[in-house]
Write a protein that binds this ligand. Structure first.
Ligand code: ADP
Ligand code: ZN
Length: 517
C-alpha cells in the first residue's frame, strides 16, 4: 500500500492535511464505515480520493452533481489518476473508455450519478470490476425531509449490503436528525466511525445587523467592497431582481439568479460568476450547490436563512481560498415571521416541524447573540472554542441589560389581550398609544395600558424581536400571525427566571422604521 502522506504531496500537490482530513483518511483506509461531516470547502473529496489510490480495486463515488463529478474526474486525470464517470452527460466514447478502463482493471475511481443505481445490472457490474469502497458525496441527499432529497440515494444501502464493502459518506449538513437518517439509510443503522471536524472557517468574518433599511444596508456593505466578487442571498425571486438593479445603479456589476429563470440564463450567470472578477450575484438559495469559486470575498443575506445549517452553508461559500472574507446577515421580525410560517405551512408532520423550528431558533440565537458569534456557531456544531476575534461582537462587545421587567410587561400585554394580536398593537398598548383600534377593543382600560412608556416604540420593537428570537413569543398561523406565548416564557412570567437582552439593538433601532425593499 502506498503511503497517504506521500501521495498527498505527489499526486495532489498539498504540503499538509487540512484539519480533520488525516483521521478520516486513516479510518477509510482501515476499511471502516465512515461518516464525515465537514463544511463546504473543507476538503471532503480528498478524504475518499486519497484512500481510493492507496487501496486495491475500484472506489465507486456516488454524487448528485454531474458538473462536479466531471470537474473531479478532469483534475484527477490531470494528476495522472485513472478516473472516470458514468453520467447522463457522457458521450458514447467517454462511456466506452470508462468500460475499457474498468475491464482492463486500470480504473481507480468510478463516479456515478445515483440514478444509475436504479438499473438492475449496476450491482453486478460493480461486483465484477472489483469495487472495494463506496464513497457517497452529499450524503444528506438520502434525507427524505431535506431540501436535496434524491430517491435513488435510498438504493445505496442495498448496494453496500450486496457488495459487502465499506462505505464512506460525506456531507456538510451537520444537524443530528439528518445524521441519524444517514446512519439508518446508508449504514443500515450500524454506527459508522463519525467525524465532525473542521467546522471553523476562521477567515470568514461574521456579522449580523438588524434590518432597518435593507436596500441601503446592502448597498453600503457592497459599496465598501467594490470590485470584489460577492453573493447577496434574498428570500424571494423579485427581491433578487430589485437588488441587482439597485446595485447596478450604484455602479456595481451585478446580476440576479433564481429558480424561475430558464436553464440557459442561469447557466450563463454561473459561468460569468466563475470567470469574472468582481461580479455580484443577487440570488435565491437556488444559487449555490455546485458553485466552486475559491475567491468569493463576501456573502450578504438580505433576508435571514431558514436554519443555522443553511446559514453556515451559504456563508461558507465565501473565502474558500483561505483569504479574509466578509459576511453580513440582515434580520428582523418579518424574517422571523416568514420563516416560522414557512415551517408551519409545510406539509411535514408535527415532530418534523418542531425540529425545523428548533433549527431556526438556533439561527435566531446566533443573530441575537450577546457573546462571540463563532463560539455560538461552533458550539451548535459540537465544537468548543474561545472568542474568535473575527466577528462583529468580538470587534465591539454587545451591551446587555436585565430585560426581565420589560419582557414580563410584554408577556402580560400578550396574555391580557387573549393572544390575538401582533407586535404593533401590543406596543401601542404598552406605550399608552390610544389608537382607534386600542379604544375600539377597550385595550386602553387594561392594567397594562401605558406601563411601558419608559421605552420608545422602536425600543419595544427590539424587545419583541428578541423575544421572538428567543422563541418566547411565536406567531400563530391560525390567528393571522398573532403572537402567542410559548412554554419557554412561563418561568419568566412567573418571576422564576430573569432574562438579559441586547441593549445596542434596542437603541440602534431608534433609526427610521423598517422600509421594505
Ligand atoms: P468540499 O469539502 O466542499 O468538497 P473540496 O474537496 O472541493 O471541498 O476542497 C475544497 C478546496 O480545498 C479545493 O480547492 C481543494 O483543492 C482544497 N484542498 C483540499 N484539501 C487540501 C489540502 N490538504 N491542502 C490544501 N488544499 C486542499
Ligand atoms: Zn467572535
Amino acid at each position: 500500500m502506498q503511503h497517504p502522506r506521500e501521495l498527498l504531496a505527489r499526486v495532489f500537490g498539498y504540503g499538509a492535511f487540512r484539519p480533520g482530513q488525516e483521521e478520516i483518511v486513516e479510518a477509510v483506509l482501515a476499511g471502516r464505515d465512515t461518516l464525515a461531516i465537514m463544511p463546504t470547502g473543507g476538503g471532503k473529496s480528498l478524504c475518499f480520493q486519497l484512500p481510493a489510490l492507496c487501496r486495491e480495486g475500484v472506489t465507486v463515488v456516488i454524487s448528485p452533481l454531474i458538473a462536479l463529478m466531471r470537474d473531479q474526474v478532469r483534475s484527477l486525470r490531470e494528476a495522472g489518476v485513472e478516473a472516470g464517470a458514468l453520467t447522463s452527460g457522457n458521450t458514447d466514447e467517454e462511456t466506452e473508455e470508462v468500460f475499457r478502463a474498468l475491464d482492463e482493471g486500470r480504473l481507480k475511481l468510478l463516479y456515478m450519478a445515483p440514478e444509475r443505481l436504479a438499473s438492475g445490472n449496476t450491482t453486478a457490474l460493480l461486483r465484477r470490476v472489483g469495487t472495494n469502497l463506496i464513497a457517497v458525496d452529499e450524503a444528506h441527499c438520502v434525507s427524505q425531509w431535506g431540501h436535496d432529497f434524491r430517491p435513488d440515494y435510498l438504493r445505496i444501502g442495498e448496494l453496500k449490503r450486496a457488495l459487502n464493502v465499506p462505505l464512506a459518506a460525506f456531507t456538510a449538513t451537520a444537524d443530528e436528525e439528518t445524521r441519524a437518517e444517514i446512519v439508518t439509510r446508508l449504514f443500515g443503522g450500524e454506527a459508522p466511525a463519525t467525524f465532525l471536524r473542521g467546522f471553523d472557517r476562521p477567515n470568514i468574518h461574521l456579522a449580523f445587523a438588524v434590518k432597518d433599511s435593507p436596500r441601503r444596508q446592502i448597498l453600503d456593505f457592497a459599496g465598501a467592497r467594490k470590485g470584489q466578487s460577492g453573493i447577496v442571498y434574498c428570500a424571494t425571486r423579485s427581491k433578487t431582481e430589485v437588488l441587482a438593479q439597485a446595485l447596478r445603479e450604484a455602479g456595481h456589476v451585478a446580476c440576479h439568479y433564481h429558480g424561475g429563470m430558464d436553464a440557459e440564463d442561469r447557466r450563463s450567470v454561473e459561468v460569468r460568476f466563475q470567470q469574472e472578477d468582481g461580479l455580484i450575484v443577487c440570488a435565491t438559495i437556488a444559487f449555490g450547490m455546485g458553485i466552486d469559486k475559491p475567491d468569493i470575498r463576501w456573502v450578504a443575506h438580505a433576508d435571514l436563512s431558514k436554519s443555522i445549517e443553511a446559514y453556515y452553508q451559504e456563508i461558507g461559500r465565501a473565502g474558500r481560498d483561505g483569504a479574509p472574507a466578509e459576511t453580513l446577515t440582515l434580520y428582523g421580525p418579518d424574517d422571523i415571521r416568514l420563516r416560522r410560517s414557512q415551517i408551519d405551512e409545510s406539509p411535514a408532520p408535527a415532530d418534523r416541524k418542531e425540529a425545523d423550528h428548533a433549527r431556526l431558533n438556533a439561527l435566531l440565537g446566533l443573530a441575537e447573540a450577546t457573546g462571540c458569534r463563532r463560539q455560538v456557531l461552533l458550539g451548535y456544531f459540537g465544537e468548543t472554542s474561545g472568542p474568535c476575534g473575527n466577528c462583529d461582537i468580538c470587534d465591539r462587545p454587545a451591551q446587555v441589560f436585565d430585560a426581565t421587567e420589560p419582557v414580563r410587561k410584554a408577556l402580560s400585554a400578550v396574555l391580557r389581550t387573549g393572544e390575538w394580536f401582533g407586535a404593533g398593537h401590543l406596543i401601542d398598548i404598552l406605550t399608552g398609544n390610544d389608537t382607534a383600534k386600542v379604544r375600539e377593543k377597550g385595550h386602553d382600560q387594561l392594567p397594562t395600558f401605558g406601563v411601558g412608556r419608559d421605552l420608545s416604540k422602536t425600543g419595544w420593537g427590539a424587545v419583541f424581536r428578541q423575544m421572538m428570537g428567543r422563541d418566547l413569543l411565536r406567531p400563530d398561523p391560525e390567528r393571522f400571525g398573532a403572537l402567542r406565548m410559548t412554554e419557554a416564557a412561563r418561568p419568566i412570567l412567573r418571576g422564576e427566571e430573569s432574562i438579559t437582552l441586547r441593549r445596542d439593538t434596542v437603541q440602534a433601532s431608534a433609526r427610521p422604521a423598517v422600509k421594505s425593499l
